[in-house]
Ligand binder design. Structure first.
Ligand SMILES: Nc1ncnc2c1ncn2[C@@H]1O[C@H](COP(=O)(O)OP(=O)(O)OP(=O)(O)O)[C@@H](O)[C@H]1O
Ligand SMILES: [Mg+2]
Length: 248
């Protein structure tokens, strides 16, 4: 089992007041799944994703990653797992400003043991259809393109798991569809994708939909009507490069 959470809790204490944000979350995710975590604003989706993605630690419960209890992992272990095994995509892109598209994607490689940084970053950008934007600065591209750079950055170290927190939240519907298609392809290639969204339409791209409310899981269902990735009706440049997305 790739991910196994047992009674995970997360509490915050502010001035003596304890807020329970996650309440006994137990769930399992197998390698290769495409899971959406859905729920209203404030329900704990991002908190849960940050714990599963090792950006934060739980207050209670046990988290097994690849059948290993993560309690004993040091901060260095967690940093290594984040770099080698996990890719993150956020609503607000989180690109480095005044930095080229290529350098944004090279960055995670500089923290890794990998070689051939320029080739790998170029390949990742090619897979999201941005090979003709390599030297543009991150503020010289559109929102949809920024999110594709962020996906290339998430992909460049060849992670097993991709976490995306509201990846389409700041995008128009067409760019959002492109991003969801790319995430669908990445899943078809065998990567595990865990998507956080409050949007049912976006969630329906996943094969499994987990609903959380007020820090508790209230639903966990197979999505039999999964929206399949398909070519979008973008300009020739986009559809051409989109067709190059590698399939293993
Ligand atoms: N540092 C903190 N101290 C106290 N409460 C916090 C802290 N961080 C988050 N929370 C609370 O945790 C709850 C869940 O937050 P979280 O960001 O996980 O929600 P979410 O489901 O991702 O919402 P959204 O859809 O708006 O992004 C919120 O009620 C929030 O106020
Ligand atoms: Mg959130």
């Amino acid at each position: 089992m790739l991910i196994r959470l047992e009674n995970i809790t997360k509490e915050y204490e502010n001035g003596g007041v304890i807020t329970k944000v996650l309440k006994n979350i137990s769930l399992q995710v197998k390698e290769g799944e495409f899971v959406a975590i859905m729920g209203p604003s404030g329900s704990g989706k991002s908190t849960l994703m940050h714990i599963i993605g090792f950006l934060d630690r739980p207050t209670g419960g046990t988290y097994f990653f690849n059948n290993e209890n993560t309690d004993s992992f040091s901060d260095d272990d967690l940093a290594r797992i984040r770099n080698e095994r996990i890719g993150f995509v956020f609503q607000s892109f989180n690109l480095l400003p005044r930095t080229s598209v290529l350098d944004n994607v090279i960055l995670p490689l500089t923290y890794s043991k990998q070689k051939n940084h320029i080739e790998k970053a170029t390949e990742a950008l090619k897979s999201v259809g941005l090979e003709n934007r390599l030297s543009f600065l991150s503020n010289q591209i559109s929102g949809g393109q920024k999110q594709r750079v962020a996906i290339a950055r998430a992909l460049v170290c060849d992670p097993k798991v991709i976490f995306a927190d509201e990846p389409t939240g700041n995008l128009d519907s067409k760019s959002g569809a492109t991003v969801m298609n790319i995430l669908g392809r990445l899943n078809e290639e065998g990567r595990t994708v865990i998507l956080v969204t409050h949007d049912r339409f976006v969630a329906e791209h996943a094969r499994r939909i987990i609903t959380i409310k007020d820090g508790m899981i209230t639903g966990d269902e197979e999505n039999k009507t999964q929206k399949k990735s398909e070519l979008t009706e973008e300009g020739p440049e986009d559809s051409l490069s989109f067709g190059n997305l590698s399939r293993k």
